[in-house]
Design a protein around this ligand. Structure first.
Ligand SMILES: *Cc1c(COP(=O)(O)O)cnc(C)c1O
Length: 379
């Protein structure tokens, strides 16, 4: 076993995290929706221009809230890319939905909008899109099609906070969007997420669902004189201590994004000729997308080459990792009828994609070591 000296990811303290966490503990309120939570809500709403942001305990839980808000019932169909994390669809399956898996585009690895017309049926209740690596889906085509069929779009924007499509922030297109603040994302509080609400008709019910099905939020605003059980719901509020951690991270967004941009761009510049010489593909970022530099990946020529590459990096103490396995071929996906050949692009790229270390406090010398080792690889 070689010791890993350069991890794939590592959470970093980037600003006033420790001060804010201590302050939250001393303030006397550590439960949800305290001072720090309100500041994070305001920061997200003002920066992105969304009508409502609600912090949640995870992106998974924000997706579960979306499924509850859209009244997903058994028998409903939800369209989702096969190349994504389980939570993107599991949240809807929990309400009884049948997943309808869409293949991805070979360039951006985002849901292929050209396939959507054939996947929409009278039972379709929603389209869930994922901006892979924070590079936007073709939102013009997707939103136009969704409007024609009167279908809500949910953006799983776990990778894409502060990314843009045609100058507009990701997470502001769909009726709902979800963010993740898991340790592996650009901004973190360990475990956390947010629901962004663009359809203002869903705001009041979202507050109720997030507060155990009660009208507590309206009670605190003095809009009702007692607080009681009014709907279904659960407990999706993170502690204000986590919001304090997250606020400190988000305050440093300009510095964090600048650092990630530098790392991503250096990979792309230094690996271009090596990749081209060996039939290895580097990421495609269409000109109408501003990406938040969430991850840097390579598409190897084959599964064998990828396996050899990961071993080659590991032998030098560097962790590189593959990504999603096709959901339609998972044990659960097969229960819904998924078969080999359904999503050929997903099946192909899932075998060949590998991600390089990229984290907020990655040193220049660590990155130089990664680049040197990568260039020694011949598939
Ligand atoms: C990380 C991630 C999630 C889950 O986020 P959690 O906050 O861990 O629940 C969902 N979707 C995508 C695309 C992700 O990358």
């Amino acid at each position: 076993m070689t010791n890993i000296t350069i991890p794939f990811n590592r959470p970093a303290v980037v600003g006033r995290e420790l001060d804010y966490i201590a302050d939250a503990l001393r303030s006397g309120q550590t439960s949800g929706d305290g001072r720090y939570t309100k500041q994070v809500h305001a920061l997200l709403e003002n920066t992105l221009g969304v009508p409502k942001a609600l912090l949640t305990t995870s992106c998974t839980h924000a997706l579960e809230m979306a499924a509850l808000l859209l009244d997903i019932h058994p028998g409903d169909e939800v369209i989702v890319p096969s190349f994504t994390f389980v939570s993107t669809i599991n949240a809807f399956v929990l309400r009884g939905a049948k997943p309808v898996f869409a293949d991805v585009r070979p360039d951006t690895l985002n849901i292929d909008e050209r396939l959507l017309p054939d996947l929409i049926s009278p039972r379709t209740k929603a389209i869930v899109v994922v901006h892979y690596a924070g590079v936007a889906c073709d939102m013009d085509a997707i939103m136009t099609l969704a409007a024609q069929h009167n279908l809500p779009v949910i953006e799983d924007n776990a990778h894409g906070l502060f990314g843009k499509y045609r100058g507009r922030y990701l997470g502001t297109f769909g009726a709902l969007a979800t963010q993740s603040f898991h340790e592996t994302k650009n901004f973190t509080c360990g475990e956390g997420g947010a629901l962004l609400i663009n359809d203002i008709g869903l705001i009041e019910r979202a507050e109720i669902i997030r507060e155990k099905g009660t009208n507590r939020a309206r009670f605190f605003r003095g809009m009702v004189d007692k607080y009681t059980w009014v709907d279904v719901g659960s407990s999706y509020l993170p502690s204000d201590v986590l919001a304090a951690y997250l606020l400190a991270q988000l305050e440093q967004r300009a510095a964090v994004q600048a650092r990630r941009r530098r790392i991503w761009t250096l990979y792309d510049e230094c690996l271009a000729s090596w990749a081209a010489a060996h039939g290895i593909i580097t990421p495609t970022v269409p000109t109408d997308c501003e990406q938040p530099y969430h991850l840097y990946y390579l598409l190897m020529p084959s599964l064998t080459a990828r396996t050899a590459f990961i071993a080659h990096m590991k032998a030098a103490g560097i962790l590189s990792v593959f990504h999603y396995l096709p959901l339609h071929l998972s044990d659960m996906g097969r229960k819904y009828g998924g078969q080999t050949g359904d999503c050929p692009v997903t099946e192909d790229v899932a075998d060949r994609l590998v991600r390089l270390p990229l984290f907020n406090d990655m040193s220049e010398s660590d990155q130089a070591q990664v680049i040197e080792r990568v260039r020694q690889f011949v598939p």
